[in-house]
Design a protein around this ligand. Structure first.
Ligand SMILES: NC(=O)c1ccc[n+]([C@@H]2O[C@H](COP(=O)([O-])OP(=O)(O)OC[C@H]3O[C@@H](n4cnc5c(N)ncnc54)[C@H](OP(=O)(O)O)[C@@H]3O)[C@@H](O)[C@H]2O)c1
Length: 258
């Protein structure tokens, strides 16, 4: 049996992480690269991706930049095809990019906001995984990680459509895991609580929200991107070889805080 360190090793693996120019995606890409993977840094902006690649390469890590707007089908197709052309195949996919363009009562959200949220948060991870599937299969299997949210498990206030989209991501994960286990492809979701990134800045700059977090959460603080990246590493590597169809909650105890 290999050592536990070997089981976290990603040498020779190729990982696509969408939305990896900052936040949780970037921290996840760095963790994978530090464990030996070649990582594909991807976001809507090629420049931002190339900056991350330069930063990683200066640390001796293996990374390439391929921009992709996950809401655009052609862009998703190119991300998969260019990765295969430049890296020889795909072993790991992290569907991390997401959007939340509206905040407020669920009945006030415009119809086009619904379409945008579902397109980027649900349709994109489903379709990108489909586009990577043949390559992952041809490598004897792999790991797909969908970044969901605790908002998909319990409704918050003002995030109704986002919350609904994340519940769909969690169920998508279970269906993919059920259908693709026979190809040795594991599919899991991570449900982060409040993590300090640009995406969530409206929450962690709000004294009322932070007062609630500090008082009610068992761990009395918000999380950092690296604390999600380490969960992703478990799921991506052989260390998580018997985990599939799961939702991994990393929320400082939010869901049990009542
Ligand atoms: N932060 C939290 O508290 C929290 C909690 C639960 C779940 N999550 C989930 O965690 C994931 C990452 O969020 P984050 O907090 O790390 O966000 P972030 O720091 O704002 O980073 C988002 C990343 O996604 C990219 N991106 C945005 N829209 C994109 C699109 N349409 N196509 C491709 N890339 C896109 C951004 O780059 P460009 O702008 O250059 O495209 C950036 O690299 C999301 O799925 C979010 O729902 C976050």
């Amino acid at each position: 049996m290999s050592t536990i360190k070997d089981r976290f090793n990603l040498d020779g693996k190729v990982a696509i992480i969408t939305g990896s120019s900052k936040g949780i995606g970037k921290a996840t890409a760095k963790a994978f690269a530090e464990c030996g993977a070649t990582v594909v840094i991807s976001s809507r902006k090629q420049d931002a991706c190339e900056e991350v690649v330069a930063e990683f390469k200066a640390l001796g890590l293996k990374a390439i930049a391929i921009s992709c707007h996950v809401g655009d089908e052609n862009s998703r197709k190119e991300l998969a095809e260019k990765t295969i052309a430049q890296c020889g195949g795909i072993d790991i996919l992290v569907n991390n990019a997401a959007t939340n363009p509206v905040y407020g009562p669920i009945e006030d959200a415009p119809l086009d906001a619904f379409d945008k949220i579902m397109n980027i948060n649900v349709k994109a991870p489903w379709d990108l995984a489909n586009k990577c599937l043949d390559s992952i299969k041809s490598r004897g299997g792999g790991s797909i990680i969908n970044i969901s949210s605790i908002e998909g498990e319990i409704p918050g206030y003002g995030l109704g459509l986002y919350s609904t989209s994340k519940a769909a991501v969690s169920m998508l994960t279970k269906n993919q895991a059920k259908e693709w286990g026979r190809h040795n492809i594991r599919v899991n979701a991570i449900c982060p609580g409040l993590i300090q990134t640009k995406f969530s800045a409206a929450l962690w700059t709000d004294d009322k929200v932070m007062g609630h977090i500090n008082k009610k959460l068992p761990l009395s603080r918000m999380g950092q991107s690296e604390e999600i990246a380490s969960v992703a590493l478990l799921l991506a590597s052989d260390a998580g070889s018997y985990i599939t169809g799961s939702l991994q909650v990393a929320d400082g105890g939010y869901l049990i805080s009542g």
